[in-house]
Every structure is written in structure tokens, then in C-alpha cells.
Design a protein around this ligand. Structure first.
Ligand SMILES: Nc1nc2c(ncn2[C@@H]2O[C@H](COP(=O)(O)OP(=O)(O)OP(=O)(O)O)[C@@H](O)[C@H]2O)c(=O)[nH]1
Ligand SMILES: [Mg+2]
Length: 244
């Protein structure tokens, strides 16, 4: 298994289409698959006695590119900040401009797994910017807001985009966010589950309280690898997730 060192940059943003770097320039290696033009998979046996990672956690065994997509305001940026830093972004809503990413290295069953998580802008005017990034994504987290029916109704349109721009074998998870706002909830859990089941090949994973024992489960990677195909996922960035 190869061991990689991450670039110095842990986060970045792409504010305007004219200033876009190549979407696949920073694509991490994907284990177990080989797509033309993609980096070879580092899928050898797990190595023991790995040297100390030092304070920065810079080394990793495998890496995945994950994208957060969904309507503006559903909580993509909050999910990422919660996952990366363990904090909830309260206060004024600042809509993402263009696209942004954060890196996080997790310890999963003794392996260092690097996630490069891309936070996309939900606003329509940035759609053409984000299209370019779908192709290299290993996993897509498709969010809606359980207090906003329109964001749920738009999931179908997001799926159409995903079918057009993402790889066929991309791991897809459907996340109903803001379940802490129970009073304002308008999309029922059963509706989320039904939608997840409706789409063959749309793979969803349990999240939040079902997965708190293992940080990586919050992104569904563990659940997915267990073959969970149609489970429904709910989350609340304000309250439920402990710091990773
Ligand atoms: N109650 C509650 N509010 C949340 C939750 N997650 C996000 N919010 C709030 O929802 C608003 C939008 O959150 P963002 O994460 O910025 O939304 P976004 O999906 O990144 O929006 P765009 O960048 O425009 O695509 C903010 O005011 C957050 O504080 C949650 O789990 N519960
Ligand atoms: Mg955002």
C-alpha cells in the first residue's frame, strides 16, 4: 500500500469560475477501482509499524474525494465545519460562493483515510462551476433541509445532474438535515426513506445518532462498505454530532 503525504494546503476555495484550478488536479487516489486517466489505486496490504505521523497527521493510506451538494441553505457548509472542526456555524447565514474544500484524515480500522471534502454553492448561478467537479468525486452527499419542502422536492433535479456529470459508480448518500428543528419540520422521515428507496443505485447511509460511535460513519463510508443501500440518513449540525 502506498503512503502519501498531503499537500501543505488543508483547505481552499474557488470563488469564481474564471479562477478555477483543474477540478481533477488535486484528485486523490481511489482504492479498488481503475478509471482511465485516474491515479492508480493504493490497495496493497495494510502496513504495520507506520512511522509517527507527527502533529499534522500528514500521511495517509487511501484518499477519497467527497462532494456536498444540495439547495442553498440546507446546511452543507455547516455539516463540513461540524465534521472538520466539531463546531456549529451559528449566526448569519453566509452563502458559499463557488466551491471550497477541506481535508481531513481519519483513522479507520487502523488505516489513515484522507477525505478531501468539497463544499459546493447551492445557488443556481454557481451550478456550472460545480459541474466540473462531479467527475472525480468518489462520494456525493446530497442534502436537503427537513424544514424546507422545496429543498426536498429539488432532490430529483439534483439526481438528474448527478446522473449527467458524476461517475456511474459514485457513492451517493441522501441526508435530511436540521432534524433538531422538530417544530418546523415539514418533510417526514418516511418520505426521506421512500425517496431513498425509489432510486435504484442511490445508496444512502445512516448518520448522526446511529453512527456516533465512529467518526467516519458520519460520512457513511463505513456504512456503505457494509453494503447499506437504502437506509435513510438524518443529521443536525446544531446539536447532535460530537467533535471528531
Ligand atoms: N437548526 C439547524 N440549522 C442549521 C443546521 N445546519 C445548518 N443550519 C443553518 O442553516 C443555514 C444555512 O447553512 P449553510 O451550511 O451555510 O448552508 P449551505 O447549504 O452551505 O448553503 P449554500 O452555501 O448557499 O449552498 C445557516 O443559518 C445555519 O446556521 C442544522 O442542522 N440545524
Ligand atoms: Mg455553503
Amino acid at each position: 500500500m502506498s503512503r502519501k503525504k498531503t499537500s501543505k494546503s488543508k483547505a481552499g476555495s474557488v470563488p469564481a469560475a474564471s479562477a478555477l484550478p483543474s477540478p481533477n488536479g488535486a484528485r486523490p487516489a481511489r482504492p479498488g477501482t481503475a478509471r482511465s486517466g485516474h491515479e492508480a489505486p493504493p490497495n496493497g496490504p495494510q502496513q504495520r509499524g507506520r512511522p509517527s505521523l507527527g502533529g499534522g497527521g500528514d500521511f495517509y493510506d487511501v484518499a477519497f474525494k467527497v462532494m456536498l451538494v444540495g439547495d442553498s441553505g440546507v446546511g452543507k457548509t455547516c455539516l463540513l465545519v461540524r465534521f472538520k472542526d466539531g463546531a456549529f456555524l451559528a449566526g448569519t447565514f453566509i452563502s458559499t460562493v463557488g466551491i471550497d474544500f477541506r481535508n481531513k484524515v481519519l483513522d479507520v480500522d487502523g488505516m489513515k483515510v484522507k477525505l478531501q471534502i468539497w463544499d459546493t454553492a447551492g445557488q443556481e448561478r454557481f451550478r456550472s462551476v460545480t459541474h466540473a467537479y462531479y467527475r472525480d468525486a468518489h462520494a456525493l452527499l446530497l442534502l436537503y433541509d427537513v424544514t424546507n419542502k422545496a429543498s426536498f422536492d429539488n432532490i430529483q433535479a439534483w439526481l438528474t445532474e448527478i446522473q449527467e456529470y458524476a461517475q456511474d459508480d459514485v457513492v451517493l448518500m441522501l441526508l435530511g438535515n436540521k432534524v433538531d428543528s422538530a417544530q418546523e419540520r415539514v418533510v417526514k422521515r418516511e418520505d426521506g426513506e421512500k425517496l431513498a428507496k425509489l432510486f435504484t443505485g442511490v445508496r444512502t447511509a445512516l448518520h448522526g445518532d446511529q453512527c456516533q460511535d465512529r467518526p467516519q460513519r458520519r460520512l457513511g463510508l463505513h456504512c456503505h462498505s457494509k453494503g447499506v443501500e437504502t437506509a435513510y440518513h438524518e443529521g443536525a449540525q446544531r446539536t447532535s454530532l460530537p467533535a471528531a
